[in-house]
Design a protein around this ligand. Structure first.
Ligand SMILES: Cc1cc2nc3c(=O)[nH]c(=O)nc-3n(C[C@H](O)[C@H](O)[C@H](O)COP(=O)(O)O)c2cc1C
Length: 336
């Protein structure tokens, strides 16, 4: 049995929240012992590298938001072979998230339900972690930002703008998280009254923070798979005409039959995420960048997302259930 499979089997005996932390801490220790390459064989990191939004992605496979919420592990994930990592979602102030239990893993169905609610150490400490670890990272770093749980929806833009200021010197791109189902009112930000105003303010801030840089900091909006077709069309059209650089399709879904609160990820999200990708690509055309996320559990899933014209893909649940093997499979597929 490969070390990857042994570690995955072992981690399944732990409660899900501890299991994620255990696996990432174990990777960190293995990396410090210089054993990463021996235990997790990788082919090569530079596969089909691509320049998008002015950024050089060494390959097209990344880590989705939420796996490295506090920027403790992104440099290790880069060493495994990921071309880009999105840290966060970070909020301005530290927050402990929703009450536990808030993370459920259904191994047989390769499904995760979470209602974590942006538990994170806050912008100040996350920035320190990024500064410490970035020198050991050779990929593209995305910073996922979200509003704090107590912030009223009509003041939410202030959080996003502050966070952009905070991370402007360390993040390669910003992922604007308006699609987590676990923070009160967050998804209401895509309603008419708020959305256009939020996008306008974010794009103005982007102009401000890009002064003195040769390129503008890319802005990517992460979208829910539960948007109505009408609203999805409205929001992507507005983003495109406002100069938003791309979309992440999709976040977790509330459309499930588990009698547990929270968003669904993994195999059962595949279909919705693929449909969203198809629809948005048909609206925005080829120039807008799309990062596919949701239910990429096999190399066939990865291949299919590229066939549906995703520029990049991100893994979360697939990596939790399949580990390094899925990453290496995806890297191989993305070279074709
Ligand atoms: C436990 C957990 C925590 C997550 N936290 C975040 C987060 O903080 N920010 C974010 O943008 N997405 C978050 N996500 C969503 C993932 O980034 C991803 O979009 C989603 O899980 C769909 O991909 P998957 O089916 O490959 O898991 C989280 C997902 C899980 C399972």
């Amino acid at each position: 049995m490969s070390f990857n499979n042994f570690a995955l089997k072992f981690s399944r005996y732990l409660p899900p929240e501890q299991s994620n932390k255990f696996s990432l801490e174990a990777l960190k220790i293995i990396s410090h012992l210089n054993l990463l390459d021996a235990l997790f064989p990788k082919k090569t990191k530079e596969i089909n590298s691509i320049n998008l939004m002015g950024l050089n992605f060494p390959n097209r496979v990344g880590v989705a938001g939420g796996l490295d919420k506090n920027a403790n592990y992104f440099h290790i994930l880069g060493k495994l072979g990921f071309g880009f990592v999105e840290v966060g979602t970070v909020t301005l102030k530290p927050q402990s998230g929703n009450p536990k239990p808030r993370l459920y893993r259904f191994n047989d169905q390769e499904t995760i339900i979470n209602s974590l609610g942006f538990n994170n150490i806050g912008a100040f400490k996350a920035l320190k972690n990024i500064e410490k670890n970035k020198k050991n990272f050779d990929g593209i770093l995305g910073i996922s930002i979200g509003k704090g749980k107590d912030i009223k929806i009509d003041r939410a833009h202030e959080d996003y703008l502050h966070l952009m200021d905070f991370f402007k010197d360390v993040g390669d791109y910003f992922a604007i998280n308006i699609s987590s189902p676990n923070t009160k009112d967050l998804r209401n930000l895509t309603k008419d009254d708020y959305f256009n105003n939020l996008v306008d303010k974010i794009m103005n801030k982007r102009e401000q923070i890009s002064k003195g840089f040769s390129a503008k900091k890319p802005i990517i909006v992460k979208i829910s798979p539960d948007e109505s077709i009408d609203n999805l069309e409205k929001i992507v059209t507005y983003c495109k005409q406002s100069g938003v650089d791309g979309f992440i399709l999709t976040n977790t879904s509330l459309d499930h039959d588990y009698k547990i609160p929270g968003g669904l990820s993994g195999s059962q999200l595949r279909h919705k995420a693929e449909e969203s990708l198809k629809f948005v690509r048909s609206i925005v055309g080829q120039e807008t960048n799309i990062i596919a996320s949701g239910g990429i559990m096999t190399k066939e899933d990865a291949l299919n997302r590229f066939k549906l014209k995703a520029d990049l893909i991100q893994l979360y649940s697939g990596f939790v259930f399949r580990g390094n093997e899925l990453l290496q499979d995806c890297l191989e597929i993305s070279s074709t």
